[in-house]
Ligand binder design. Structure first.
Ligand code: IMP
Length: 424
């Protein structure tokens, strides 16, 4: 391991939760470095299913220290709800650590997320409405409130007073909403302070010390490469950097400390929210991918958009993240298709693009160039060794490997922990 980043190589929902969970078994520390409770990780253990949004997946292992880094935006209400759910399912989440520098999601962030979307009309992003974008907006405009501010009542009240004044102006005058009450928010958040205190730590130091001691640290990205605010399909993106570069910044270590970057890619693609998606199948094929693949959002329950694997996008993900390996998930879903396609290029405006087009317009208008693969048809969910997969399935996997230029080391053929094949 020792320091590995695991991230989504597509538009999120690649099945990162399962792969992270498997790697967590060998990890000492599992760190979230960006995003917030907009992420949705589903993990199926022996008999139980867990849907985590904020707390790192590693929490399911008693030997792991789960860490929420400074790059994450934390909704304390959500944090305590998720902690309680874990307790009711028999998991002890008391080892969780939260960075004192992480920014807080406040009630006005959630409210603004919802109303801004409404006002965008046809240009809406399709956000999770969890307040993520507005919380990062405040972070970068230097009006955010951090976890550490909760422990200094005077500072907290001062900061809240200043920021709430402008937020209420915005809510009332621009968006025709009722203002939010200062005392209500202050009371709610100051009440969180003593409850949050035991979990708060200098997580940069904690992770650095773990690495110095030769421990295994896993950095868990939320969302996916193409939802990255810098490298994704802007503006149809999230407001943080899920790409590998976000990991050192979002935890406070140097980039030289990262050893591996594992990109999780689904054997086909899904996307929630709006924005370009060249290989989308708005037809019976897409409907079958959704139904067979159970493609409904963990966070919002929304029906995902589905389509064929896009090798242009995967190569791009390999490049911008410096992927050292790929974990390919949900290969079993493609057992239900007679013909399987992979997009190897895009065509638009008389040009063929084998790399991600520089002009985003192209991505909205292009036609994918597909190659076709014969489907293998057999049920592969009980296969336990990569070598035992049907030849046609292995051909498909190895073709993706060639097109991405990165080795595929893990192939997932079902939701459970055991349905995972290692490829040499
Ligand atoms: P936000 O992160 O809630 O601001 O949403 C911005 C965009 O990212 C929307 O298109 C969301 O659907 C998408 N998004 C956010 N989190 C996830 C995720 O965990 N998986 C997939 N899409 C996500």
């Amino acid at each position: 391991m020792p320091a590995s980043v695991i991230l989504g190589a597509q538009w999120g929902d690649e099945g990162k939760g399962k792969i992270t969970d498997l790697l967590s078994e060998k990890a000492d520390v599992v760190v979230r470095y960006q995003g917030g409770n907009n992420a949705g990780h589903t993990i199926v253990t022996g008999t139980q299913k867990f849907a985590l949004s904020l707390i790192p997946s590693g929490v399911l292992y008693p030997t792991v220290t789960p860490v929420i880094g400074n790059g994450v935006v934390v909704d304390p209400k959500w944090f305590f709800e998720e902690m309680e759910t874990l307790v009711t399912k028999g998991i002890d989440p008391s080892r969780v650590k939260i960075s004192n520098n992480a920014h807080l999601i406040m009630p006005y962030h959630r409210k603004l997320d919802a109303v801004i979307e409404r006002y965008l009309g046809n240009s809406m992003i399709g956000t999770t409405k969890r307040g993520i974008g507005p919380a990062y907006t405040d972070k970068y405009s230097r009006t955010g409130i951090r976890v550490q501010d909760l422990f200094d009542e005077k500072i907290f009240r001062e900061k809240l007073e200043v920021v709430l004044k402008t937020k209420n102006q915005q809510l009332v005058k621009m968006y025709n909403q009722l203002p939010l009450d200062f005392n209500e928010i202050a009371d709610e958040y100051l009440d969180y302070a003593p409850r949050l205190k035991p979990y708060v730590a200098d997580t940069s130091l904690l992770v650095w010390e773990a690495l110095q001691d030769g421990k295994n640290v896993l950095f868990e990205g939320g969302q996916g490469t193409l939802l990255d605010v810098d490298h994704g399909t802007y503006p149809f993106v999230t407001s943080s950097n899920p790409t590998a570069g976000g990991a050192p910044v979002g935890i406070g270590i140097g980039p030289t400390m990262i050893d591996n970057v594992i990109g999780v890619a689904k054997a086909y693609i899904s996307r929630v929210g709006t924005g370009p998606f060249p290989t989308e199948q708005i037809n019976e094929i897409g409907d079958r991918m959704i139904d067979i693949g159970g493609e409904y959002g963990v966070v919002t329950g929304r029906r995902r958009r589905c389509g064929w694997l896009d090798a242009v996008a995967l190569r791009y993900a390999a490049r911008v993240n410096g992927l050292t390996e790929i974990a390919l998930t949900k290969l079993d879903i493609l057992s239900h298709f007679d013909t399987i396609k992979i997009a190897t290029a895009y065509e638009a405006e008389g040009e063929t693009f084998t790399e991600m087009p520089r002009q985003q317009r192209v991505l909205h208008q292009c036609a994918p160039v597909y190659e076709e693969h014969e489907g293998w048809g057999d049920d592969i969910t009980k296969v336990t060794k990569y070598e035992d997969l049907p030849q046609l399935a292995r051909d498909y996997v190895e073709r993706i490997e060639d097109l991405a230029g990165v080795p595929i080391r893990t192939v997932s053929v079902g939701p459970g922990r055991i349905a995972t094949l290692t490829k040499e």
